[in-house]
Design a protein around this ligand. Sequence first.
Ligand code: GLN
Ligand code: ZN
Length: 722
Amino acid sequence: MGYPRIGPRRELKRALESYWDGAITAEQLHDTGRELRKQTWLRLAQLGLTQLPSNTFSYYDQMLDTAILLDAIPDRYRKHHSLDAYFAMARGNDSVAPLPMTKWFDTNYHYLVPEIGPDTVFRLRADKPVSEFREARELGLITRPVLLGPLTFLLLSQAAPDSPDGFQPLDRLDDVLVTYAQLLARLDAEGVPWVQLDEPALVLDRTEAELDAAKRAYQRLANLGERPRLLLASYFGELGDALQAIAATGVEAVAVDLVRGTTDGLEALAGKTIVAGVVSGREVWRTDLGSARVTLEALRAMASEVVVSTSCSLLHVPYDVEVETELEPGLRERLAFAEQKVAEVVALATGTGDKFQTELPFWVPEKASPKAQRRSPYAVRAKAQAEYLKLPPLPVTTIGSFPQTDELRATRADAAAGRIDEQEYERRIELEVQRVIRLQEELGLDVLVHGEPERNDMVQYFAENLEGFATTRFGWVQSYGSRCTRPPIMHGDVKRTRPITVAWARYAQSLTGKPVKGMLTGPVTIVAWSFKRHDLPLAESVWQVAQALREEVTDLETAGIHIIQVDEPALREMTPLRERDQAEYLQWAVEAYRHATSGASDRTQIHTHLCYSDAAAAFAAIDALDADVTTIESARSHARVLAEPTAAAFSRGLGPGVYDIHSPRVPDVAEVVELLTYASKSVPAAQLWVNPDCGLKTRTYPQVQAALRNVVEAARLMRGKV
Ligand code: GLN
Ligand code: ZN
């Protein structure tokens, strides 16, 4: 369905960042891209894959690529040259803010949200799918170009800012279809035999009208005279009601996710090719080939042809487990990354390979988990905290991390390689904490952080310090653009064997009279950004982590830390895609969060941080977390999230982000004042906090210094007004 594109050694990341820094030319960047695509196709062919995808490469994001393909480029980006326009949309520059970014379904991948208005003119710019197909053909390989389908593209886009009320991008379906039809004709003329149209949006709850639109769209594309054969790809769940709509159209093939879904009802696809996603693209455990074979056999009775595949693109797993020589062999042999998964697909299709039994007996908890202990009601806590912390109105704080400098990365690498001893490592981290505390004092922030210099990553750091997780060396997975994370692998019961964050928090607090905020990653996020166990219910894994964090919260308090932030940026992302499964998830997720935090006394202020701009839908859940202060991302969406009616009901501290940390751009004072003024219309002044959208680790010190200076200045101006 698709393959990782960042490069086995993150070659694309390095090339992109060098290009952005002006260290290499566009031509050199394109050379790297071409080489990575070539290596990928050759490797897939070598592994025995007979149907190779193309156009799965991207310099930033496939949604952005689709917007470019359709020429749906907002005017403000048009004055730039093509590659610069592309990166301006993705990252912004000194004169223009980027498009907003949000999470791709329930993954940790972020896509850019295109803007579609009633007047958007769609025009075909087919260069990318065509040139990738040609590149592969020059290697002697015929590929299947992968495109984002028209429904998913429009459903995930946002209405352009000046659109009339009630306008939805999906209103433009007919116009977009004209462009898709031209594209299909163009690919047909190139000799493309098959095209894959990705429609993951069809596995969500869809209205009758949307299902109708899907049916109409694919019927229309299928009726075209000149076109390649069409594979409609669904993934991340079952098609449900969309199955009938799709079955009624003339598309030749349908891909179904048989890891999350079953074969029930697939008889409806009789006469078509079923592309059977039996190898998980989301997990890293080896496939039980025996039961996959049973599924494939069942399908053969239903479809005209069965093709073996992964359940979704392999973008969401690392390249190769064989290079992880430091993993315990007993664990490593149970794991499969992208290469191993392709080998499994080939083994299933050719009937080779041993049955690999990975099904373990399902884990049963020994005793019912104790319910979270409640703190006093918010009003009581708020009073205790106000008396104790004595913060000014509109307190200014940050989300936790400060820039990860080259020296810091070198320090951690030196320590890991044994080039410096423990003492030298700690000395260097101490110096960094001193620098971060001094900077915040100089700038006049009210609640300080230690800057997280000892953490490579907010999840990996905890995984390395808890029992039950393994971490990899090269297991990078793209998060957005050039950014990657290395998700830890949960493989056993989680336990805290010693305090994790206490020493650095205590040290930071010893340097200042202002309160230092302790910094933890929440139980849902730690699990969400790890590869999960498959022998344990998800809720149980999360609860184990919550228990470990509860112990950490107690130790932080004892060490004199009176504000503790427990980040839950992934709360929303782990929400099941179908509504019928959501209530149950939210209940256990919220319960786990409260278990982690409710050991704190009333006067200890609990903060949480969530980063997504569509917090609107989640305000109820945020409220249920019962944190005293919640900071959210909102700068890129111009704080529009606060216009939601649900935001008004929010009764605790709220910090809408006023500085978009995903972009190198420094906001000026007026801009921050404007955002705060807007926010103060829906959030009472007594509850309003001032903070960036997220952690500052991806920014540089000059950017952060300038931006925070403006943020503090804006807060001071606002204090006079509200
Ligand atoms: N405390 C983390 C940081 O500042 C939060 C990061 C996040 O929400 N993604 O980096
Ligand atoms: Zn964040």
